[in-house]
Design a protein around this ligand. Sequence first.
Ligand code: BTN
Length: 274
Amino acid sequence: MTTIARDATREAALRAQLAIGGWTFSPFCCDEVDSTNRVALALADEGAPEGTVVLAEHQTAGRGRFDRSWTSPPGGLYLSLLLRPRPGEAPEARGLYGLTLSLALHETVEGLAGAGRVGLKWPNDLAADGRKLAGLLSTASTDGRGDLHVVVGVGLNLNQAPGLLPPEAVTLAELVGHPVDIDAVALTFLQTAAERVAQLRTEGAPAILDRWLQRSGWRGRRVTLAPDARTPTRTVTGVVQGLGPGGELALAVDGGPVVLFPAGDATIAKEGGA
Ligand code: BTN
């Protein structure tokens, strides 16, 4: 861990602006890293506190959901935040950290792109014009003392040259028509994340689930859910009824009952489509 070159100037600048009631953020900034999630998990294992946040200019082995790779050239936001469930915190809360931070990211991005230009995509993505703007990856683990921690990794496309990203990606710079300040986005996101996690802890999961449903507009929409390791082996289509207590997608499957899906690749079905 100590062999990674850190950017002390960037860390000090971020730390100075991250004094948020009840939260202590400890930024760990590096230029190149394999994966900020891997670094954050290693720091967690060494006992790093909640609020440790790893940022990299670019990643050489960024990871996404379903063990996909996450293309990470310079110009994007690559950030991993360490959260440690509090004693007495409802057990379902820790399963909702990813969804909670996706709300914080959506609020951050809407502040720059304008309301209604960027959508939330279950469970943890942001999309615009049918293209992927951001993804979040939540990984839970226990350290040597048996304490649980969760690392939520955020990949947000900001200023990357379009040719360096997969064709299905979109950048925030494309949406707003000019480059954006990566650290300003990171700061706003972390401030908003602190508010949302506090809301999850004080008001409970329903407040966050309701907020997600309101902001996403997914209730009542027809979606197609492609399988992954934890879902049925076939693609299913149905109408979204809401979210389960752990953030599962509650889908009234065509010709079948309402089923809670814990994971999967969900896409809004085209209007008038099957
Ligand atoms: C997804 O598949 O949609 C989730 C992508 C998450 C990518 C981010 S980039 C920062 C952090 N480090 C990683 O290796 N992955 C996450």
